[in-house]
Design a protein around this ligand. Structure first.
Ligand code: B12
Ligand code: SF4
Length: 464
């Protein structure tokens, strides 16, 4: 039996506070394989690097797995160096968005790592654990682990990924290792009640928006859990863990081939007392009036919707395949059903002009939205844009600090970075400082911690 730690990067600046679905699923797989698993999901738990190092030194885990986002490369590098120093024999396995997006660079960026696993890690981790448990793994065995990234002589080998077809075959996340009640309310403002649990009904997205990295994480074929499987987990979460709110983390939980309608009908029929929201966005072309009413009756209070731009040219360029007519129609459909709708927009797309950015801001003002976010576009590893722009030599820097949605480093729009920043600031101010919007904004500040956080990020976005 191995002692395993699955962790988010140790990052004192990270403010999200929620159970982690991906690590929870992997923990359940490792437990099924007979290992002892611990989760480290609160990156601010240690006051200093010295405290973290001391803890690792004391625990001497056999294996540490870390989830890496592209915007967390530097903090992960620091974390791995500390782990290697404190616990030289530990096997280090990396997974998550960065490894999935750019597997070949795994050991260049993270020389301390022993293995990486791309995309959906459940099958690969199970196989890898079996190999590590038995003996020193041989290359012919490693070559058969789905999605594994490993050192083959001097090269980095990245095995092909196999998407998990039967999602019901995966055990539920190890909720006993991440009690929802032990986490606060998420800082994104999207919550009404507590405790909150994240959940996915489906994996995969058939669309191919050029700025989005979901394709490398879950592929383009939609796979769904059965309604029975979802209801079993939902009953367990509400009865055993006191969960009162669900956040759906799917790429599009409302996909017409997904189980959302059936699940919502069963929530109503069984009188399960939950509220829910979809903070990662649903596609507006999946919504109709019947679904919207069903969503409301089953406890939905808010959805985010990816609108991205008010310019038809930009929408074509990013292959969003969503018309502005549908956007206008379906935002109304959701609002008429009594659901709050937050629009997700981007500013600063490649070749975007100031006039096009103004179209985006005008669209946001004109729609009956209850909230809006205006991200600065960033070409992320794992997206079609990134591949193309790198091949064209148009990404001025390959700087790991630029991989978030807040920096202005890779500005490829027609507007200088300083002007882009002003436009973003104006967008936030114009959108939110309206009598119609302020009550929604203030309602989301339902705890003093959140109020402080939102005030500080508003300061950064608007006044800084
Ligand atoms: C929910 C979500 C969030 C949530 C929760 C994040 C979290 N802790 O997972 C929140 C809202 C906090 C969030 C924040 C951000 N997100 Co986000 N998010 C998602 C989303 C929509 C779904 C993720 C999910 O829950 N999937 C379901 C679970 C079951 O899968 P999973 O968590 O990915 O875990 C599986 C695999 O990744 C792998 N795995 C994960 N960890 C590990 C560890 C090891 C050791 C191994 C072996 C395997 C492994 O196995 C798991 C089981 O299958 C994805 C899109 C997508 N389809 O992936 C974007 C996505 C991951 N996010 C993205 C981005 C950019 C961000 C932000 C930077 C946005 C921002 N500016 O704020 C921040 C960064 C947060 C941070 N860590 O600093 C990008 C990442 C691109 C990249 N190359 O890094 C994605 C791909 C979407 C996109 N825009 O392209 N996000
Ligand atoms: S932005 Fe949404 S619709 Fe487009 S590919 Fe990503 S998850 Fe799918």
């Amino acid at each position: 039996m191995m002692q395993i730690l699955l962790a988010l990067p140790y990052d004192p600046s990270y403010r999200h506070d929620s159970p982690d679905l991906g690590l929870g699923y992997l923990a359940a797989v490792a437990q099924q394989e007979g290992h002892d698993v611990e989760l480290l999901l609160q990156p601010r738990r240690f006051a200093s690097h010295a405290d973290f190092t001391k803890w690792i030194q004391e625990r001497q885990f056999d294996l540490i797995g870390v989830k890496v986002f592209s915007c967390q490369i530097k903090v992960t590098q620091k974390m791995l160096a500390l782990i290697r120093q404190a616990s030289p024999k530990t096997t280090i396995v990396l997974g998550g968005p960065q490894v999935s997006a750019d597997p070949k660079r795994t050991f260049e960026l993270f020389p301390e790592a022993d293995y990486g696993l791309q995309a959906e890690g459940e099958r690969g981790l199970r196989k890898l654990l079996r190999l590590l448990n038995a003996d020193t793994p041989q290359p012919q065995d490693l070559a058969r682990v789905p999605g594994l990234v490993w050192r083959r002589n001097e090269d980095t080998a990245a095995n092909p990924q196999q998407w998990i077809r039967d999602l019901d075959s995966i055990p539920f996340p190890a909720w006993e290792l991440m009690h929802p009640a032990d986490f606060g309310t998420p800082f994104n403002g999207y919550s009404r009640r507590h405790p909150i649990a994240p959940m996915v009904l489906t994996r995969g997205c058939p669309h191919r928006c050029t700025f989005c990295g979901a394709g490398v994480m879950n592929g383009h074929a939609i796979r769904s859990r059965s309604a029975d499987n979802i209801m079993e987990e939902l009953r367990m979460l509400t009865s055993d863990y006191g969960v009162r709110e669900i956040q759906f983390y799917d790429s599009n939980c409302a996909h017409r081939r997904g189980p959302l309608r059936e699940v919502l009908q069963r929530i109503i029929a069984e009188e399960i007392d939950i509220t829910w929201c979809a903070p990662n966005g649903i596609r507006l072309d999946s919504v109709d009036a019947d679904l919207a009413r069903l969503m409301k009756r089953s406890g939905c209070f808010q959805v985010n919707v990816g609108i991205e731009s008010g310019s038809r040219r930009i929408l074509r360029q990013i292959s969003k395949s969503l018309s502005l007519d549908i956007v206008k129609d379906r935002v109304w459909t959701l609002r008429e059903a009594g659901i709050e709708v937050v629009g997700l927009f981007m500013l600063g797309l490649p070749s975007e002009t100031e006039a096009e950015m103004r179209q985006t801001i005008s669209l946001a003002m004109e729609l009956p939205l209850t909230g809006a976010s205006f991200s600065i576009y960033c070409p992320l590893p794992g997206t079609e844009d990134y591949e193309r722009l790198m091949a064209e030599g148009r990404l001025a820097i390959d700087d790991v600090d630029a991989f978030d949605f807040v920096s202005y480093e890779n500005n490829l729009s027609e507007v200088p970075a300083a002007r882009l920043r002003t436009l973003q600031r104006q967008a936030y101010l114009r959108f939110h400082l309206r009598p119609r919007i302020l009550p929604y904004f203030l309602r989301n500040l339902n705890s003093w911690k959140k109020a402080l956080y939102v005030a500080s990020s508003a300061y950064q976005k608007v006044l800084d």
